[in-house]
Design a protein around this ligand. Structure first.
Ligand SMILES: *Cc1c(COP(=O)(O)O)cnc(C)c1O
Length: 387
């Protein structure tokens, strides 16, 4: 049978996560590929979800999201970043950050338009841009003084008359970079100068380490009115299966994105929205504990990977370490990642799949450290023995 899949989605067949997770199951390897925590979120958040289900909160919520969550999000943006949003017109609840990004790209680009994104990029970006019939234009993050960063001249050079959106993920998956004020100012200047919309993926906004501070791009001069800011409960409260996210943006953007969103999913599930609102209002101390625990896990896995022979770029945030396989005598991270379950009983993700041209990311693999210490230690022991 002829492949019924539309042309523009070919090449997005199976995600690398499905492939590598299947490999982990088939070989019994420790899965440090996909980034989901192996411990539950705060009890109060889980309880609130149960209460919502038992209390009859099980019918369609309002299309824009339950008022409790929109208010909690507006309060959080104001308290944490000094950014005021009207919860009734400037906040939209979505089915995770993934739907927020997809609805924003679909709502704001015409076929043939261009979306600039910092590569390597989260796997949904390229697929979503392709779905919209738009074109993704990469600006590459490269290691410099121990962290991945970009050249502002390359960002400027990437802008064309067809550019509509700059998609900014900070803290960045998989590089672990938290953009500095200087880097964000460079992005803001380009957006303002060329009249571009910024779509920001801030799902790791709380998960930053050492002295790295997450700054919202919308707070930079000229950016409040042109930024679609996206976050989600999944990473903040270790509930990645809940798929509850949100957008903060000026009203015309919310109206545009909502026009698309209502025909993708209409609304997100109601109980998780109430639980996420509870989390933002009452569980940020728990999140601070998670942040500290993840920082220690980052150090634990980074030191272990270094002792196994990888070059590690210590992340400033997120769940992930980007590791360079070349000191181990390997040239191709994908080859090593596919061999690793048999060699050492560990699964990682070859990061080259997150580059527009895989050659630019050939040497990198990504390991997740959002796992129990015993799991990290066992993985490190296996890597030290197997490589
Ligand atoms: C996990 C993740 C998402 C997805 O968030 P959901 O709320 O689960 O849709 C989006 N962007 C990045 C960078 C992520 O790591």
């Amino acid at each position: 049978m002829r492949d019924p899949l539309v042309e523009r989605m070919r090449g997005f067949g199976t995600t690398i996560f499905a492939e590598m997770s299947a490999l982990a199951v088939a070989t019994g390897a420790i899965n440090l590929g996909q980034g989901f925590p192996d411990e539950d979120g705060p009890a109060g958040v889980l309880e609130r979800a149960v209460e919502a289900v038992r209390g009859g909160g099980n019918q369609y919520p309002p299309g824009i999201g339950v008022p409790e969550l929109r208010q909690a999000v507006a309060e959080q943006r104001l308290a944490r970043y000094g950014q005021a949003y009207d919860p009734d017109t400037e906040v939209l609840v979505t089915v995770g950050a993934t739907e927020a990004i997809a609805s924003a790209v679909l709502a704001l680009t015409e076929p043939g338009d261009e979306v600039i994104a910092f590569e390597p990029f989260y796997d949904s970006y390229a697929a979503t841009v392709a779905l919209a019939g738009a074109r993704i234009v990469p600006v590459t993050l490269r290691p410099e003084a121990g962290r991945f960063t970009f050249d502002p001249a390359e960002l400027r050079a990437a802008v064309t008359p067809r550019t509509r959106i700059v998609l900014v993920n900070s803290p960045h998956n998989p590089c672990g970079t938290v953009f500095t004020g200087e880097e964000l100012r460079a992005v803001a200047e380009v957006c303002v100068e060329h009249g571009l919309t910024a779509v920001t993926d801030e799902v790791y906004e709380y998960l930053t380490f050492d002295d790295a501070v997450h700054l919202p791009l919308a707070a930079f001069p000229g950016m409040r009115e042109r930024t679609v800011a996206i976050s989600s409960a999944g990473k903040t409260f270790s509930v990645t299966g809940w798929k509850t996210g949100w957008i903060c943006a000026p009203e015309p953007y919310i109206r545009a994105v909502r026009t698309v969103k209502q025909f993708l999913t209409y609304v997100g599930a109601a109980p998780w929205q109430l639980a996420a609102a509870h989390g933002l209002r009452h569980e940020l101390a728990w999140v601070e504990g998670l942040r500290g625990a993840l920082q220690a896990k980052r150090d634990r896995l980074s030191a272990g990977l270094e002792s196994a022979g990888f070059t590690v770029h210590r992340p400033q945030g997120t769940y992930f370490v980007q590791a360079d396989v070349s000191p181990l005598g390997h040239r191709d991270g994908a080859e090593l990642a596919r061999a690793l379950p048999a060699l050492a009983g560990v699964v990682c993700i070859p990061t080259q799949v997150f580059y527009a041209d895989p050659a630019r990311g050939r040497r990198y693999v990504r390991f997740a450290f959002c796992k129990r210490d015993e799991v990290i230690d066992e993985a490190v022991e296996r890597l030290r023995g197997g490589l």
